[in-house]
Structure formats: C-alpha cells, structure tokens
Design a protein around this ligand. Structure first.
Ligand SMILES: Cc1cc2nc3c(=O)[nH]c(=O)nc-3n(C[C@H](O)[C@H](O)[C@H](O)COP(=O)(O)OP(=O)(O)OC[C@H]3O[C@@H](n4cnc5c(N)ncnc54)[C@H](O)[C@@H]3O)c2cc1C
Length: 399
C-alpha cells in the first residue's frame, strides 16, 4: 500500500485525542453503548460536534465536505474514535446515500440533500429489503407508477433500521415489470413525512427497537426525487452496497474490543482460579482473532488507498464484510465466555443505560449477551455472508 504522509502522524493523533477528550462527554459515551439504537438527540449531538470540527465525512471528496486526509489520517481518526468509545455515526446518510447523491445526483439534489447529511440535521434510512426480497433483492416488488410529475409508490419494506427516526428514505422501487428484474428498478428519495407512509416497529433480540417495517400506500413522490435514469437504479444500488459493506468491516471497534478483552483477562479468572490471561484456551483464541483482525486492517487499508485514487470499493468490499463480521462475532463470543455467569442477567434498563442501580457484575458484562445476540445479525445485514461468498466466487475469482 502506498500512503503519502502529509502530516506527522503523532501530531495528528494528539490533535484528535485532544478534541475527543473535550467533546466526548459521559452522556455521549453512555449513549454509544446502544449502537444503532442510539436516540436521535444523542446521535445528532455527536454528529454535529464532528461536523462543526470539519471531521464528519473523512471519506467524502473535499469539494463536498470531506477532510482531505490521507489514508493514515483516516485510519488514525477511526482508531481514536473507537478507542475513546465514541457513538457510531448513522451510516445511511454519510456512508450510503450521500456518496450516491454526490456521484449520480443532479446539482439540485446535491444542494438540497448534502448539507443536511453533513451536519446531521436530516436522518436517512435504507429501503432496500422486502418480505421475500432480501438476498434476491432484484425480485423486489414495491412499485412506482408514473402519474404526471409524480410516481405513486405502493408496497412494503422490512428490516428498515431507524425508519422511525428518519426524515427520508432512499428506496429501490420497481418501475418496469416487462424486463429482466435488475433492469426495471429505480432509486427514489422519499420524504418519510409523505402521506401514505406507515412505520411499524420490530423489537430485536437485544431488547432494543431499531428495526421497522415501512408500508407505502399511494405515496406520491416527485419524479425529481429519482436518482439518475429511470430503470437504472440497480447500478446506483450496487455502488451504494460497496460503500455499505466496507463500513461493516468495523476494524477500529474490533480493535477496541480486543483491548477490552485483554484488560479484562488480566483480572478475571476461569473455573480453575487462573486468570484468563494465563488460560491458554482463551488467549489462543483471542490471539488468533486478533491476527485475523490485523490482516483485515491491511486489506481495508489497501482498499482505502484504491478508493483515494478514485476507485470504487467494488466487489473486494465483500471480503471485508465477511472477515469483519466473523471477527466481530468471535469477539462477542469471547466476551460472553469471559464474563461467565455475569452474562446471565438481561436487564433492559441496564442495557439501555437507564438504571441508577449498579450492575450486578462488572460493567464489561452488562451488554455482553445483548451485543452477542444482536451481533448474529452482522453476517446477515448488508447482504448475508453466504451471498458475499457467491459474489467473491463470481466477480473476484471469476469462477
Ligand atoms: C439487523 C438488521 C438490520 C437491517 N437493516 C436493513 C436496512 O436498514 N435496510 C434494508 O433494506 N435492509 C436491512 N436489513 C435486511 C438485510 O439486508 C437482509 O436481511 C439480508 O439481505 C438477507 O435477506 P433476508 O433476510 O430476506 O434473508 P434470505 O434472503 O431469505 O436468506 C435466508 C438465508 O438463506 C441464505 N441464502 C439466500 N440465498 C442464497 C444463495 N443464493 N446462496 C447461498 N445462500 C443463500 C442466506 O445467506 C441466509 O442465510 C437488515 C437486516 C438485519 C438483520
């Protein structure tokens, strides 16, 4: 990988640390534990702090509000965010529809939508999956029929993360049924406050509400909200998925999880009374996961360098998604094993950070099972890992 050092790394790291130590207040650290379940207030507060600092969109081109950082700086920044326990930024605007809008949108669409995505005042959700159309996304049925200057949208989306907090949804809709499924799809930006949209909650196995069903009944959407050409939505959808899968690799947060496990293992003991740090069964697995994580980090750095040179993450991002989620799931498993019986209490108030009572065991144990349970979804969302393997076989290995 070639990286150009435009600034001294350690000076940059110190600058980031100093900002984080002032900006990242205890309430934000607590809110961070809820991942996607973070409240809109807390999520928007953190987003806006980064925006004010000019650091909210390191991967965007400078002309659209990016930082102009090189690979190393981006890497240091995401590492420091993770080490400090910062809340995640919702990926739907910054990491998904934002790049689609600045790459394929009209000037009017850019002017209307990019500022709200950058400053975090407008929240987005992703309307791709439908009941029966997940892996086989091109079979989606939600229809958009042209009527004058509008489309009239009817159908249902499912698993829509944070639809109940979002102002806008970017949705794949069927605009032609008389052709190959991929060729009859368009990409629409839809105001969630439009008459005819209904959001119904799905509470997931971690006890939190971040998933939803979204129903569209005769929803009128101006044709000017379509990205690019009619029936070419699949092209933009695939471009977006490349960005989505890269974000899912989660290198920095997995590094933080490795560090936390190492710290915990110095004092926690196994059933024979030895510390976990001296338990070969535990440390061997932690070390193996850590080595896999560092290999992933190198692959991600190579891909970021290609992106910086104007490339598209493309199908390589499928590899990052598979390995990244495998690493996350092993770390979640090791954490549940490390806290032993303290994994058993499943107290929602503790998990949501709403309890004044002390946790029954170490703080490290509070969300262990909730994270483990929700973490099973990581190898499903963003396109399941089985599908990513098919993509690699075909598009990367040419099989
Ligand atoms: C927590 C969570 C959040 C999500 N957030 C969103 C969101 O915000 N917006 C959105 O649009 N979607 C979202 N999704 C949906 C997600 O993208 C789909 O769940 C995913 O694409 C899989 O589709 P499916 O659930 O219909 O499973 P299916 O496609 O029915 O697959 C079921 C199983 O069969 C396997 N399988 C299917 N086809 C093949 C094949 N050809 N070869 C090998 N194995 C195969 C799959 O790997 C999987 O194990 C979310 C999902 C989860 C779990």
């Amino acid at each position: 990988m070639e990286t150009t050092m435009t600034t001294d790394v350690e000076t940059f790291r110190t600058e980031v640390r100093s900002f984080l130590s002032g900006a990242l207040t205890d309430d934000l650290k607590l809110a961070a534990q809820q991942g996607f379940g973070i409240s809109r207030d807390a999520g928007a507060k953190w987003h806006n702090l980064l925006f004010q600092q000019g650091w909210v969109a390191p991967n965007w081109p400078v002309e659209h509000g990016g930082t102009g950082w090189n690979d190393t700086q981006k890497h240091v920044f995401s590492e420091e965010l993770a080490l400090a326990g910062a809340p995640m930024l919702m990926p739907f605007g910054l990491g998904m529809v934002g790049p689609v809008i600045y790459s394929f949108g009209t000037d009017e669409q850019k002017a209307r939508h990019l500022p709200g995505i950058l400053d975090g005042s407008v929240w987005w959700c992703q309307g791709y999956s439908e009941p029966g159309s997940g892996s086989d996304l091109a079979s989606l049925k939600t229809s958009a029929v042209r009527d004058g200057d509008d489309y009239v949208v009817n159908g249902q989306k499912i698993w829509t993360t944070n639809a109940h907090k979002a102002d806008w949804i970017f949705a794949l809709v069927r605009t032609d049924t008389e052709c190959k499924p991929q060729q009859g799809i368009s990409f629409l930006l839809i105001d969630m406050h439009s008459p005819g949209i209904e959001v119904r909650p799905i509470v997931s196995i971690d006890g939190l509400h971040h998933l939803n069903e979204v129903y569209f009944t005769d929803v009128r959407v101006p044709a000017g909200n379509r990205i690019g050409d009619e029936n070419k939505g699949w092209t933009y959808a695939k471009y977006l998925l490349g960005h989505e899968r890269t974000g899912i690799a989660g290198v920095a947060s997995s590094r933080r999880a490795v560090d936390a496990l190492r710290n915990f293992s110095r004092t926690a003991t196994n059933s024979s009374g030895a510390t976990l740090a001296n338990d070969a069964g535990f440390t061997n697995r932690l070390n193996a996961t850590s080595v896999k994580l560092e290999a992933l980090a190198q692959t991600e750095a190579r891909m970021l360098a290609a992106l910086e040179a104007g490339g598209n993450p493309g199908d390589i991002s499928s590899m990052l998604k598979i390995i990244g989620t495998e690493v996350q799931q092993s770390l979640e498993t090791l954490r549940v094993e490390a806290v032993t019986y303290y994994a058993l209490p499943f107290e929602l108030a503790q998990i949501r950070g709403e309890s004044n009572e002390p946790a029954p065991g170490p703080e490290f144990a509070v969300t262990a099972v909730s994270d483990y349970n929700f973490g099973r979804a990581a190898s499903i969302y963003g396109g399941s890992n089985e599908i990513q393997r098919n993509v690699i076989a075909k598009a990367v290995l040419g099989l």
